[in-house]
Design a protein around this ligand. Structure first.
Ligand SMILES: Nc1ncnc2c1ncn2[C@@H]1O[C@H](COP(=O)(O)OP(=O)(O)OP(=O)(O)O)[C@@H](O)[C@H]1O
Length: 292
């Protein structure tokens, strides 16, 4: 389970407000809103990419989904339960790797696995925590770096470890905030392929629900079941991408149907208002269905 429902979610960073403004905010009104009445259902097991220009509110939304801040108005629920703070039903991968610098790669992954095991009552032994952690490091190609510290790893390697930790925690929902944003083009492509491969692998087992923030349209196309475009705190488009994985970048990104979506998204980036269109029935150009 891992269905995520946003109902009329608003968010404002201002807290130094007069009574009337506070009342308007409580009703989800006001010019200071960064998130403006967002409603969305992310199905269990769906990989949703959130794209949009800088400053449109993507990170704010992700932090709100992570429970690091409460919506100013509206509500968020996971499997019908209201979200009321951070929880081990979600793990987050940030752009800046967020590994503990004093721990080895293995210890970083073990920390997450142990914490999840304790909080969720899984009762893993020390040996089991180590085994799970090593297996996830191997899945991201980092088994040989298990005993190295973050300062001994490149950005791409650190991000592999962060992904291994998030996956090894075995949470229902994964939240990614531009995880490849600081990496060079080649490393970025490698990690996109890794992420795709991990999702294909997960298909055999049980897929996680993912919300993945990115600026990169091609990255979203390669990874997503669904792309939501955000502008100025609102959702402007919701585009299904029902193609099978893995998606070979060279071939997939050249498909005419995919080029159409690229063009639509570029149009939205460059002129969000004029190019707003109904993209709802886009899945008919792809094989497969929108929902997993
Ligand atoms: N801690 C904060 N306090 C006040 N305003 C903030 C804070 N964090 C973000 N903002 C503002 O909220 C708006 C949305 O920012 P956010 O970081 O969510 O956008 P974003 O779409 O993730 O941008 P980027 O792609 O550049 O990371 C921006 O106008 C930003 O200046």
């Amino acid at each position: 389970m891992g269905a995520l429902v946003l109902d009329d979610v608003c968010f404002s960073y201002s807290d130094d407000l007069d009574l009337f403004t506070r009342r308007r905010r409580a009703a989800g009104e006001g010019e200071d809103l960064v998130l403006k009445h967002l409603s969305l259902t992310v199905e269990d097991g769906q990989f949703l990419c959130l794209v949009g220009h800088s400053g449109c509110g993507k990170t704010t939304l992700l932090r709100t989904l992570a429970g690091l801040q409460a919506p100013t108005a509206g509500s968020i629920a996971i499997d019908g339960k209201p979200l009321d703070g951070p929880g081990l039903d979600r793990s987050v991968v940030f752009q800046n790797y967020s590994l503990f610098p004093w721990m080895t790669a293995l210890a970083n992954v073990e920390f997450g696995v142990r914490q999840a095991s304790v909080e969720l009552g899984r009762g893993l032994t020390k040996a089991q925590v180590a085994e799970v952690s090593r297996s996830y490091l191997a899945r991201v190609g980092m088994e040989k770096a298990a005993d190295l510290h973050p300062y001994q790893l490149s950005g791409g390697m650190q991000q592999r470890v962060a992904i291994a930790r998030a996956l090894a925690m075995d949470t229902e929902i994964l939240l990614f905030d531009e995880p490849f944003g600081a990496l060079d083009v080649r490393t970025r492509r490698d990690l996109q392929e890794l992420m795709s491969a991990l999702w294909v692998e997960a298909d055999r087992d049980r897929r996680k629900t993912a919300v993945f923030v990115t600026h990169d349209i091609d990255e979203a196309l390669l990874l997503a079941d669904r792309i939501v475009f955000m502008s100025d705190g609102r959702f402007l488009a919701d585009i299904p991408v029902g193609a099978a994985r893995p998606r070979d970048p060279e071939e997939f990104l050249r498909r005419p149907a995919v080029r159409l979506i690229q063009d639509e998204l570029m149009g939205l980036f460059y002129d969000a208002v004029e190019t707003r269109r109904d993209l709802a029935d886009r899945e008919q150009v792809f094989e497969g269905s929108v929902t997993p």
